[in-house]
Design a protein around this ligand. Structure first.
Ligand code: AMP
Ligand code: MN
Ligand code: ZN
Length: 485
């Protein structure tokens, strides 16, 4: 009823088969509308607070139609160009952990950094694997005690840490704590692998916001003295990506973690997001629209600073409430604290590995196989499939070379559009890709040649369904339900 296209009449089961193209058109048009409504919806939210909108350089859609993101060149200079250790996206070797010393080691550093065979590939093991497995929560985690009240948010402020001396001072204070809360903000639009842009840390009486885009960012691994200390509890919410980001960018590992997401799971709460827990225990309304802001911006606008701070400010209080609930809900046969400890260990044991581009089978998160199987849009001919595959790889190569996200080359839906149209002349290419990102514009001739070549070769190539996927049990990237983070 809500569509503008002519809907086919479906009176028998067979008529669905016969009219599937028309069914797809109806669904496409409804999705377009839903997309437009979401645009308006976010627009309404932003309009509520225009001053804050100016402060938050979020990724904005350029207009209602077409639904393309504004992934043009950024006004913010790339911080990674100044890093002591600059990203090298052409390096496909196993990821070498950044660890230079290993505080709280059971297995010494040298032995923890020897390559071995892992899942059929040569790799470095997780350097804190033994320590994480052997760690035991302190006794206090298994006992109830009255929640320690958080300090007033408005009456206190966070310390912004953007010098190495500042990190050292913070470390000395963290060593005195029994438990600390940690969270990260991340940027992935103008970087191939992504950049940890901020690290928020809270104790019972202080908040810090650490700038992790400084040239010396890898020195921050000195915090392993606390992060790897099993006697200091680290409270994180939905730590899956944080664990990966910490080891990839900062060389940080977490021994003795309590993930409040898994605690909410164990307690079977109807929702497990931080937003829900903040509302339930603190009656605090989290303004999650900052989640996708460009966290590289400096100086940090006060709205973003406060948002970042609020992600850890109340977390130790929430931990107190959850711990008490878990202890009370535990039965001799099933200790829920142990459940949370086990789940948190699994998160902490994750190992970062560089994404390697798999041209042949298209495997991996963001690989062409995944994209095609999630978008069973119009069937692609052999030629169209060959073009899809070729431009998908082309996009990855450009993104790596420029150290940009894939979307900055061209957005996902353009892969499908280009494959369907298979432009063979510059005019058609420009029209198909309009609006064209600067990265693609400067390489348009190369892209055109890639399309032509792939189309010609595709005639005698495989159908996409003929390329068998890898068996499901092989490790694939973890899917994160953003609603829960
Ligand atoms: P958080 O722990 O909620 O502060 O999120 C950490 C980081 O995850 C953010 O800085 C974003 O980079 C990313 N992120 C979280 N939620 C979303 C989302 N809904 N969409 C895209 N990125 C997100
Ligand atoms: Mn987080
Ligand atoms: Zn956060």
């Amino acid at each position: 009823a809500g569509t503008d296209v002519d809907a086919p009449l479906l009176d028998t089961e067979d008529s669905i088969e016969d009219n599937w193209r028309g069914v797809v058109d109806v669904i496409d048009s409804l999705l377009e509308k839903a997309d437009a409504c979401l645009d308006e919806f976010t627009g309404v939210i932003k309009k509520l607070s225009p001053t804050e909108e100016e402060q938050a350089p979020v990724v904005r859609k350029t207009s209602r139609f077409p639904t393309t993101y504004d992934y043009g060149p950024s006004k913010i200079p790339k911080p990674q160009l100044l890093f002591d250790h600059k990203p090298d996206n052409s390096d496909l070797g196993p990821f070498h952990p950044l660890l230079k010393t290993k505080p709280h080691a059971i297995i010494p550093l040298e032995k923890s950094l020897t390559q071995r065979e892992i899942n059929g590939a040569t790799a470095y093991p997780h350097p804190y694997e033994t320590e994480i497995r052997k760690a035991q929560y302190p006794r206090s985690v298994y006992e109830t005690s009255p929640p320690v009240d958080y300090l007033s948010f408005g009456g206190t402020t966070a310390t912004f840490v953007d010098t190495l001396d500042g990190v050292k001072e913070m470390l000395e204070e963290l060593k005195q704590a029994k438990e600390i809360a940690i969270d990260l903000e991340h940027h992935d639009v103008h970087s191939y692998h992504g950049l940890v842009s901020l690290m928020q840390i809270s104790t019972r009486n202080k908040d810090w916001v650490v700038d992790t885009l400084k040239p010396w960012r890898e020195e921050i691994q000195m915090l392993n003295e606390v992060f790897a200390d099993p006697n200091i509890l680290k409270v994180l919410h939905g730590s899956t990506m944080d664990i990966i980001w910490l080891q990839r960018d900062l060389g940080l590992y977490v021994v003795g973690m309590f993930d409040t997401f898994h605690a909410a799971s164990a307690l079977r709460y109807p929702k497990r997001s931080l937003k829900y827990l903040l509302k339930k225990f603190v009656d605090f309304e989290a303004d999650k629209r900052y989640q996708t802001a460009d966290w590289r911006v400096r100086p940090l606008p006060s709205g973003m600073f406060d948002y970042a701070r609020s992600d850890t400010h109340y977390l130790l209080y929430i931990y107190d409430c959850l711990r008490n609930a878990l202890v009370e809900a535990s039965i001799p046969k099933e200790n829920l604290i142990d459940y949370v400890q086990g789940r948190s260990k699994n998160e902490a044991l994750q190992r970062y590995e560089r994404p390697v581009y798999d041209a042949g089978k298209g495997q991996g998160a963001g690989g062409w196989y995944d994209l095609l199987s999630r978008n069973p849009s119009p069937v692609l001919s052999k030629e169209q499939f060959a073009v899809f595959r070729a431009i998908h790889q082309w996009r990855d190569e450009v993104a790596r070379a420029e150290d940009e996200g894939w979307q900055c080359v061209f957005p996902k839906h353009m892969l499908f559009k280009l494959a369907q149209v298979m432009p063979l002349d510059m005019g058609t290419l420009l029209r198909t890709l309009s609006p064209m990102t600067p990265l693609t514009k400067s390489r348009a001739a190369d892209l055109l040649a890639t399309v032509k070549e792939a189309k010609a070769a595709g005639l005698t190539g495989p159908e996409w369904r003929d390329i068998a996927p890898l068996p499901k049990h092989l490790p694939t990237a973890v899917a994160v339900d953003m609603e829960d983070v």
